[in-house]
Design a protein around this ligand. Structure first.
Ligand SMILES: [Zn+2]
Length: 59
């Protein structure tokens, strides 16, 4: 019985633990391959959020 080493090319699915979330609508904008779970707050490109952000900066 000949043994062949079947190397399975398993695609290593690395989940990005860092998430970039829109601070206004909580939409996940992007993921980052960070070391551990991290949350980053940013702004998505939805008009409503951009406008809202502008207004909040005025105050
Ligand atoms: Zn948003």
């Amino acid at each position: 019985m000949s043994q062949t080493n079947h190397v399975k090319l398993a695609a290593i699915h690395r989940y990005d633990l860092g998430v970039v979330i829109c601070k206004l609508c909580n939409e996940v904008i992007a993921t980052l391959p960070t070391d551990g779970y991290k949350k980053f707050y940013s702004l998505c490109n939805a008009m409503s959020c951009i406008e809202k952000n502008k207004e909040e900066n005025k105050r």
